[in-house]
Design a protein around this ligand. Structure first.
Ligand code: HDD
Length: 705
C-alpha cells in the first residue's frame, strides 16, 4: 500500500470512483485520504489484512474469510519448476545495434540497416546449481540473448565457452545427471568436484577439450560484464537468393576479459553469494551500461571441407587466428527488469527461434536442442501459451490460428480460425516473406553412429592448454587437482590422468604428483592415433585479452577516522578519471571523520567488505587508526588476501605496520605501491589497468603445492 497520499493531479475519476495511478501506470482504488486501497485479486477492497476472520477473539478461524483463503492459495502456488539446468540466472534488457548491412550473406532483417537498434533481453546463468546457489561456483555461464526482431524473435542461446562436453544431444541427460548433486545424498550443490561428474567425464573422451576450458579461469569470471559469449554451433546465414554461408557467433566484452582466482571465488561466495547479480545491477543502475560486440566467423563449404575438424562437431572451435572474427554490431544492456519473476524467470529461450535468414547446421547437438527447449517451457511455464507473456511475445506484429489452452490471453476474434478459408479472413502464408529452410541436399542410410570426422578429442584440448600464459596453466593444473581431490574413487582419478597424458605430459604429471599418484597410468587409448600439433591461439587466453585500463573495476579503500582527506580525494578522482569505482571500507559502516573534519560515508564495515570484493585495494588509515586495525583480524585478512590474490595494493606510509602484520611487508613487490601525493595516486591507478601481479603467485603459493 502506498504510504503517501497521492496528489490530486494523479487522480482520475472513472465510473464515479476516484482512482489513482500506480508506479507502472496501473489504476488503484483510492481511499478518502488518498491512499491506494488494497484489494483481493477480484478487486474487492480489503478492510483488514492483519487478522483472519475468527469466531470470538480467541476462537477458531472462519472458512468464510475469502480474502485469507485467496491470499494463502496464491502464495502456495507462487513457485514454478526451476530450470532443469541453468536454474540460477540474472537478466537485463537492452538493444543490439547493427554496424553494416549483411544483406550479401543473410536476409535476417536485423542485419540489413546500419545503425538500426533492436530490443533484446539477455539472461546469464550458471548451469549446475539450483536457483539459490552462489554466483561464483566454478561453472560454465549461460549467455542467452533474445532479439525481438521485426521478423520474429531470434534466440541465440549460448555459453561463455565456445565448445561443449558432448557431441550428441542424446548424452545431455547423462551429462547433467552426473554433474548435478548425486541423487542419493543430494550434494554437492553447484559443484562438479565429485565422483559422478568425473566418472562420466573420464568415460567420455569427447569432453576433454571442454574440460580444459572449465578447469581454466573462464568458469570463475570476475563479472558477467567481463566474459565472452559464444553461439557454439555452426549456424547458417541464408540470403535472399537462398544461398548459405556458415557462421559462428562470438560476443566480445568491451571492457576486456577478467576472472578471479579460485581461492578468491571460494571467499566471494561467502562474502556475497550474489556477487555477479549485484555487479550487473549496480553497473546498469548507475548508467555504466555493459557492452559487447557481436562478431562472426563466416565461411563456405570449401573452407569447411578443408578445415582440420568437422564444423558440425560442437567440441571444436575455429581458432580466430585461422578465421578472424568480424565485428557486426554491438549489444548494450541498459535496463533492469521491473520484476525478476515476470521477466528473468519466465523468459523462455529456444534455440529453434530463428527469423528468416538464420538457419541450422546438422550439428547433432543443435538438432537435439531444437527439440528440448520448446518441450521444457511447457513444463516450466505450465501450458502452451507462454508466448503470451510479455517477455516472450514478439514485439513485431504476429497473426496465427493457435487458440485456447491454459491462460489464453490472445484469442482469435471473429468466426474464422483456420486456413485456407473462403471468407477471405485471417492471415495467409507468404512465399516471399516467410521463413524458408535452407534446401540442403541430404542422403544416406539411417544409422546410429558417430562420424569418423568427430574422432579427434585431444588436439584442440592441447591447443587450448598451450595457448595459456604460465599463470593460467598453473590454474588449470590446480583446478584439476582440486576437483579430482574430491573424487573418492582412485580409479576415476587415474582414468582422468590417463586422458591428460594425451593432452600434455607436464599437465598430466603435475596433476598426478599433486594427487599423490605414484606412477603415471598408461595414456588413454585415443580414437585417433596421432594427435595434431596445432599452433597456439593467443585469443584463447584471458590474460592476453584483459582490459587496457581500470574502467568498470572497483578499488576498495580501507580508511579510519583521521584519513588524509586530500590524499583520498586525489586517489578517488584518479580512479574516477579511469572510469573505475571507489568504495570505502571503514571500522564503522557509517563512515569516518577525515583529517579536515569532514565526515565521509563508507560503503562497508571491514567484516562486510573483505578485499575479495574489489579488484585492487588501497590502505589509507591515519596513524591512530592503524593501531586499532592491527588488532582486527579482519583488517589483516583484508591485506593478506589482497596480496595472496595478486592484487595491486596502494598504501600510505603510516599503513606499513599493517602490511607487516599481514605478513606482506617482507615480500613487497612492484604491485605494492606507496601513495603519498596526487602524483603517486595517479601512478598507482595507471598500474591498476594490469589488474593482477601474477608473477607474485608462486611466492604466495596460491597455486603451487
Ligand atoms: Fe541448454 C537451458 C545453453 C546444450 C537443454 N541452455 C539453457 C540455457 C542456456 C543453455 C544458456 C539457459 C537459458 C535461459 O537463460 O533461460 N545448452 C546451452 C548450450 C549448449 C546447450 C550453449 C550446447 C552448446 N541444452 C543443451 C542440450 C540440451 C539442452 C544438448 C538438451 C538436449 N538447455 C536445455 C533445456 C534448458 C536449457 C533443458 C533448461 C531450461 C530451458 O532450457 O529453458 O531445455
Amino acid at each position: 500500500m502506498a504510504k503517501t497520499a497521492k496528489p490530486a493531479t494523479d487522480q482520475v475519476a472513472i465510473h464515479d470512483q476516484t482512482l489513482s495511478r500506480g508506479q507502472g501506470g496501473e489504476l488503484h482504488q483510492t481511499a478518502e485520504d488518498g491512499y491506494d486501497v488494497l484489494t483481493t485479486s477480484q478487486g474487492t477492497p480489503v478492510a483488514d489484512d492483519q487478522n483472519t476472520l475468527r469466531v470470538g477473539a480467541r476462537g477458531p478461524a472462519s472458512m468464510e474469510d475469502f480474502h485469507f483463503r485467496e491470499k494463502i492459495f496464491h502464495f502456495d502456488h507462487e513457485r514454478i519448476p526451476e530450470r532443469v539446468v541453468h536454474a540460477r540466472g540474472y537478466g537485463a534488457h537492452g538493444y543490439f545495434e547493427t554496424y553494416e548491412s549483411l544483406a550479401k550473406y543473410t536476409r535476417a532483417d536485423v542485419f540489413q540497416r546500419p545503425g538500426e537498434k533492436t530490443s533484446v533481453f539477455v539472461r546469464f546463468s550458471t548451469v549446475a546449481g539450483n536457483k539459490g546457489s552462489a554466483d561464483l561456483a566454478r561453472d560454465v555461464r549461460g549467455f542467452a540473448v533474445k532479439m525481438y526482431t521485426k521478423e520474429g524473435n531470434w534466440d541465440l542461446v549460448g555459453n561463455n565457452i565456445p565448445v561443449f562436453f558432448i557431441q550428441d544431444a542424446i548424452k545431455f541427460p547423462d551429462l547433467i545427471h552426473a554433474a548435478k548433486q548425486e541423487p542419493d545424498r543430494a550434494f554437492p550443490q553447484a559443484q562438479t568436484a565429485h565422483d559422478n561428474f568425473w566418472d562420466f567425464i573420464s568415460l567420455t573422451p569427447e569432453s576433454m577439450h571442454m574440460v580444459m576450458w572449465i578447469m581454466s579461469d573462464r568458469t570463475i569470471p570476475r563479472s558477467l560484464r567481463f566474459m565472452e559469449g559464444f553461439g557454439v554451433h555452426t549456424f547458417r546465414f541464408i540470403n535472399d537468393k537462398d544461398q548459405s554461408t556458415f557462421v559462428k557467433f562470438h560476443w566480445k566484452p568491451k571492457l576486456g576479459l577478467q576472472s578471479v582466482a579460485w581461492n578468491e571465488a571460494v571467499k566471494i561466495n561467502g562474502a556475497d553469494p550474489d556477487y555477479h547479480r549485484r555487479d550487473l545491477w549496480q553497473s546498469i543502475q548507475s548508467g555504466d551500461f555493459p557492452e559487447w560486440e557481436l562478431g562472426v566467423q563466416l565461411f563456405d563449404q570449401e573452407f569447411a571441407d578443408s578445415f582440420d575438424f568437422d564444423i558440425l562437431d560442437p567440441t571444436k572451435i575455429i581458432p580466430e587466428e585461422v578465421l578472424p572474427v568480424k565485428p557486426i554490431g554491438r549489444l548494450v544492456l541498459d535496463r533492469m527488469p521491473d520484476n525478476f519473476f515476470a521477466e528473468t524467470e519466465q523468459v523462455a529461450f529456444m534455440t529453434q527461434n530463428v527469423p528468416p535468414g538464420i538457419g541450422f547446421s546438422n550439428d547433432p547437438l543443435l538438432q537435439g536442442r531444437n527439440f528440448s527447449y520448446l518441450d521444457t517451457q511447457l513444463k516450466r511455464l505450465g501450458g502452451p501459451n507462454f508466448t503470451h507473456l510479455p517477455i516472450n511475445a514478439p514485439k513485431c506484429p504476429f497473426a496465427h490460428f493457435q487458440q485456447d489452452g491454459h491462460m489464453a490471453m490472445r484469442n482469435p476474434v471473429g468466426r474464422v480460425n483456420y486456413e485456407p478459408n473462403s471468407f477471405g479472413e485471417g492471415p495467409r502464408e507468404s512465399k516471399t516473406r516467410g521463413y524458408r529452410h535452407f534446401p540442403a541436399e541430404e542422403a544416406g542410410a539411417k544409422v546410429q553412429l558417430r562420424p569418423e570426422s568427430f574422432a579427434d578429442h585431444y588436439s584442440q584440448a592441447r591447443q587450448f592448454f598451450i595457448s595459456q600464459t604460465p599463470p593460467e596453466q598453473r590454474h588449470i593444473i590446480m583446478a584439476l587437482t582440486f576437483e579430482l581431490s574430491k573424487v573418492e574413487t582412485i580409479a576415476i582419478r587415474e582414468r582422468m590422468v590417463s586422458h591428460l597424458l594425451n593432452i600434455d605430459e607436464t599437465l598430466a604429471s603435475e596433476v598426478a604428483h599433486r594427487l599423490g599418484i605414484k606412477s603415471l597410468p598408461k595414456a588413454a587409448p585415443a580414437a585417433v592415433a596421432t594427435r595434431q600439433d596445432l599452433e597456439p591461439s593467443p585469443a584463447l587466453s584471458i590474460v592476453e585479452r584483459g582490459p587496457k585500463r581500470f574502467e568498470g573495476r572497483k578499488l576498495g579503500v580501507l580508511v579510519t577516522d583521521g584519513v588524509d582527506a586530500k590524499l583520498l580525494k586525489s586517489l578517488t578522482s584518479a580512479v574516477l578519471k579511469e572510469k573505475g569505482l571507489v568504495e570505502l571500507v571503514a571500522p564503522k559502516v557509517a563512515g569516518v571523520t577525515a583529517s579536515d573534519g569532514s565526515f565521509i560515508e563508507a560503503q562497508h564495515m571491514i567484516d562486510g567488505g573483505p578485499s575479495v570484493l574489489f579488484d585492487a585495494v588501497a590502505l589509507l588509515p591515519s596513524e591512530a587508526g592503524v593501531e586499532d586495525l592491527l588488532k582486527e583480524a579482519t583488517a589483516r585478512d583484508f591485506v593478506a588476501d589482497a596480496f595472496q590474490h595478486c592484487k595491486f595494493i596502494g598504501y600510505s606510509g603510516v599503513a606499513l605496520p599493517l602490511l607487516d602484520k599481514a605478513g606482506v611487508e617482507k615480500d613487497m613487490d612492484e604491485g605494492v605501491l606507496e601513495i603519498s601525493s596526487a602524483t603517486s595516486a595517479t601512478t598507482f591507478v595507471e598500474e591498476l589497468g594490469k589488474l593482477r601481479v601474477w608473477g607474485r603467485e608462486p611466492s604466495v603459493k596460491l597455486s603451487s603445492a
